[in-house]
Write a protein that binds this ligand. Sequence first.
Ligand SMILES: Nc1ncnc2c1ncn2[C@@H]1O[C@H](COP(=O)(O)OP(=O)(O)OP(=O)(O)O)[C@@H](O)[C@H]1O
Ligand SMILES: [Mg+2]
Length: 149
Amino acid sequence: MATFISHSPAETESLGERWGRAAEHGLVIGLSGDLGAGKTQLVKGIARGLDITARVHSPTFTLVNEYSGGRLRLFHLDLYRLETREQIVAAGLEDYLEPDGVAVIEWAERWFGEVRSPKSEVRSRPLRLAQMEVMSETERRITYEDFGA
Ligand SMILES: Nc1ncnc2c1ncn2[C@@H]1O[C@H](COP(=O)(O)OP(=O)(O)OP(=O)(O)O)[C@@H](O)[C@H]1O
Ligand SMILES: [Mg+2]
């Protein structure tokens, strides 16, 4: 488990940028944390690290935004409106667990369970889980761990 303290939105974005630059085909990144914790901010950085030039904003009317034109395709999922695992399963999102590119999932704990003990079905695949905590107005603690291959 690694910990990163971010002091600004730009620092959070830089962390994401490093993740995006290092990301390999098939990686799933699950993000947990309260409203305003900085999940979308991190995704903006991930997109930049993948050389995606489009502006990233959270999918609000759909569950998934897809960005191409970068080094790898990016799928950005936001599960906020799906409250139970049953709803997530019914939405037919399993394909994003083996993405043709990289998938980043906000509110991932609703699907995978808690960051420290994700459900066994996802542990065996290339997966990074991150928990983002609000420490102060501009400080965020980001703890993350890699699972699977
Ligand atoms: N260190 C920081 N890292 C990230 N965001 C920060 C930081 N400090 C302040 N912020 C602010 O916190 C907010 C984070 O918003 P963001 O949309 O990324 O959160 P979110 O976790 O995606 O929320 P939601 O659950 O509503 O989707 C932004 O307004 C950003 O400017
Ligand atoms: Mg968001």
